[in-house]
Design a protein around this ligand. Structure first.
Ligand code: HAM
Length: 441
């Protein structure tokens, strides 16, 4: 849609552009995530953004907010097939694992990242196109991989220096235990029907566990006093939960047990967890996940235990921003040039620098030395290399530092002449290994 006078085109509501000023933060985040996931042996999987709608209906559950009201679903205009933009990644990954028989030779540790789509009411931290990083350990019965998921998150939070995040865990038991609890819960909720809101009444028989997940203030008391699933767990489920906790303690991760944590997707059993923060307002859940031992079979595969998680990228990025993220230098060198033959020389010098892995921008668009230097400053480069007629004659450049070692802008710093053939080595020494871009304060 366009604005009121129908002239200005805008992005779809709740779907955001990632602008260049945020690129360094996104790249820092993505590189950290990739390296942490690799360090645990996770390999990347990329699935399409569109899937057949029944995958999500069956996988996530018909009586969930996502499937009931948040999916972008439509019929393919060419052949009428029901399609949906993916609202999450787990169902798609399982579909792909089944389709390509990926667990044929044993368990698979997989991860993915990319946009997800949910038609929610947009607000801070809640978008209609948002990004997730997900990890799925498929073919493992746990609870070791359950704890591995948590350790992996803890390592990510450490890397991002996020200390104010809290872990809540719960166990949803197995299906027989849930059925027994469900019967008791329905009987209890029937007795308190008057206190239930519309959603609560509607879900009483279809998804009573979700009734407990209510934010409605009048229903808190009823939810609080309801029969707890934890009390219906058998010996095996309890042992799983206890071993999971032992491994968390061993890893030094602190957690709270929240018996009302049920998650918004139907595929979970046994371990579930959420990481939350109070620093982001209402949308404080930055990561959620758990076991989904029945999902692959439900989607037509062989029974295959699995556990996974997904984190909300925009929310984690917001936390990193609040923590203080300094993008540092945006590029290493900006080459300014003026006079006959200087452009050609500038381009040659730039290629010599790039041969050494030094990021180099050559000024384009003409202008005086002074105006080019302004552009060099604004580019966020660590150094300016100047080429004028004098330098050209001597086969030299003038080198000027624009930022100090901490990445802070320098004003009116000294300038020195360096022979062109010595420049690459000199720049490597000045810049140090690993470059300057992307660092925490
Ligand atoms: P989820 O809890 O629906 O789980 O989403 C995971 C995370 O995505 C949330 O904790 C939140 O940070 C982020 N998120 C969800 N909706 C939005 C939104 N509208 N705007 C911004 N961020 C959002 C899943 O999606 C499961 N697939 C997780 C999983 C993987 N379970 C097992 N494996």
């Amino acid at each position: 849609m366009t604005d009121k006078n129908q002239s200005r085109l805008t992005a779809v509501k709740g779907m955001n552009d990632v602008l260049p000023e945020d690129a360094a933060l996104w790249e820092f985040f993505e590189e950290t995530v990739r390296s942490v996931l690799h360090s645990y042996g996770y390999r990347q999987i990329r699935t399409p953004i569109l899937e057949y709608t029944p995958l999500f209906q069956r996988g996530i559950g018909e009586v969930t907010d996502i499937v009931e009201k948040e999916m972008y679903s439509f019929q393919d205009a060419l052949n009428g097939e029901p399609l949906s933009l993916r609202p999450e990644g787990t169902a798609s990954v399982c579909r792909s694992v089944i389709e390509h028989n990926l667990t044929y030779e044993g368990g698979q540790r997989l991860w993915y990242q990319g946009p997800m789509f949910r038609h929610e009411r947009p607000q801070r931290g809640r978008y209609r196109q948002f990004h997730q990083v997900g990890a799925e350990a498929i073919g493992y019965a746990g609870p070791d991989v359950d704890a591995e998921m948590i350790g992996l998150c803890a390592r990510l939070w450490e890397a991002f220096e996020l200390s104010e995040v809290k872990l809540e865990i719960n166990s949803l038991g197995n299906s027989a235990e849930r059925a027994e609890h469900r019967a008791a819960l329905i009987a209890y909720l029937e007795k308190h029907q008057d206190a239930l809101d519309e959603d609560g009444k509607r879900r009483l028989y279809t998804n009573p566990l979700r009734v407990l997940d209510t934010k409605h203030p009048d229903m808190q008391q009823v939810a609080q006093a309801a029969p707890k699933l934890m009390d219906y767990l058998g010996a095996e489920s309890r042992a799983h939960f206890e071993q999971f906790q032992r491994l968390l303690k061993l890893r030094g991760v602190r957690y709270d047990i929240n018996p009302r944590l049920v998650r918004g997707l139907d595929y979970y059993n046994l371990t579930v967890f959420e990481w939350t923060t109070t620093e982001l307002g209402a949308q404080g859940t930055i990561c959620g996940g758990g076991r989904y031992d029945g999902l692959i079979e439900l989607l037509g595969g062989k029974p295959t235990p699995a556990c996974g998680l997904a984190l909300g990228v925009e929310r984690v990025l917001e936390l990193i921003r609040l923590q203080g993220f300094d993008a540092g230098a945006q590029t290493d060198v900006y080459v300014v040039h003026s006079g006959v033959g200087s452009l050609e020389m500038a381009q040659q010098v730039a290629e010599l620098l790039r041969d050494e892995g030094i990021d180099t921008i050559v000024h384009a668009g003409g202008g005086s030395f002074k105006s080019q230097m302004k552009k060099a400053d604004a580019s966020g480069a660590a150094f300016a290399v100047l080429l004028g007629e004098d330098e050209l004659k001597a086969n030299e450049v003038s080198l000027k530092a624009l930022r100090d070692a901490e990445g802070q802008a320098l004003h009116g710093g000294p300038q020195e002449r360096v022979a062109v053939r010595d420049l690459p080595l000199r720049m490597l020494e000045e810049l140090g290994f690993g470059g300057l871009a992307g660092a925490m304060e």
